[in-house]
Design a protein around this ligand. Sequence first.
Ligand code: PLP
Length: 444
Amino acid sequence: MGDPLHLIDRDRQHSWHPYTQAWTSRPPLPIVKGRGVYLYTEDGRKILDGISSWWVNLHGHAHPRLNAALAAQASQLEHVIFAGCTHAPAIDLAERLVEILPPGLTRVFYSDNGSTAVEVALKMAWQYWRNTGRDERRSFITLDRAYHGDTIGAMSVSAASSFTEPFTPLLFPVTRTHEPYCYRCPVGLERSTCQIECLNALESLLRERGATVAAVLVEPMLQGVGGMIVWPAEFLAGVRRLCDSYGTLMIADEVLTGFGRTGRMFACEHASVTPDIICLSKGITAGYLPLGASVATEAIYEAFLSDDRQKTFFHGHSYAANPLACAVGVASLDLFLERDVLARIGRLEQQLREGLEPLRALSIVGDVRVIGGVGAIELDSNPATDASSGYFDEIGPRLAAAFLEQNLLIRPLGRIVYFMPPYVISDDETAWALDTIAKVLRAI
Ligand code: PLP
């Protein structure tokens, strides 16, 4: 750290690796091959990808069907400008998404990663109110411990953290309110007896200044970077209800949760909620290529439909709707149907529960949280302390190194250890990973 040259890890690569140097002070793993749930290193190691390669991989690495879809599309059209031109993979994927998204989300706007999907949603919400003559709606409400990406707008709507601190003067102001973090309840209650009182703070804000709010932005059901915080579905339902009552838009950032990660195709389904805009990326291409989509309702789309150029949504990225990415996205959705992937995630969820719940007996374990294909263990048995400030807690790199010694790739978020494998992981592989996690945690 300090000297940026330290970030140039290998002379022949001359590349900067996000977080790696600061995080582990070890050189990055040279990966030469991926197959199924495994990554293979230059020196012949076979490592189980326990974090789906930054939460993107769904059906395993180098899946033959996805490889074939990619090759077929590459031989036809690798890329074309998506302003004034269109192509079958973009149209097919948009149609397929609209079929499976919560009802009412009908208009797909493509970009090229998760942060840009969020930027697009924020700009779209902001301009929606301009275009409809409600200029006073200019602010955003987001949640404590939120994470929405690393670009300036996405950082602004994320919680203040070590990630955003160096850039604070560049960020625009937003209003933040409680997240439903049951283990560290922001209003000091117990989930078994509470009535989701953590929602009252949002209600108060909307009561006070609802008429000036452009949108409320949430990561439904699972706040990822903030600590793998699993929500009660009632909170999500409550956000939609309050947005309706106070006439503001609801944006759901499903960059992490989309495409089955929480056990439903989209996390909003847990509360049968349709947001006004949903942000998608990561799993949209099953981990193959960068692609983002911000999908809006007809009402939002219509606010931009005009001969008045001032009402145009001026936002476009060079690689928006890349045909290779869209073709793989369509093939991935085929796999979901043909292989009944959601049922597989249901079984994985069960196995994660059975494997992780017993770890509560360890004195270092404070909480165990499981949703869909994600299992998390909070290593802080005192809910009164604040583990979220512990991203740089030395236990994270120490555990990561111990997992890696066992050939399991897991990157704890400070004191939050989580396992989020590709869905193709077998029962035996899951059992091995869960045993390895238990073995490593018992040894610390
Ligand atoms: N939103 C959420 C909920 C995320 O978890 C992430 C990344 O982890 C992003 C947005 C940003 O996505 P990307 O890294 O593709 O920019």
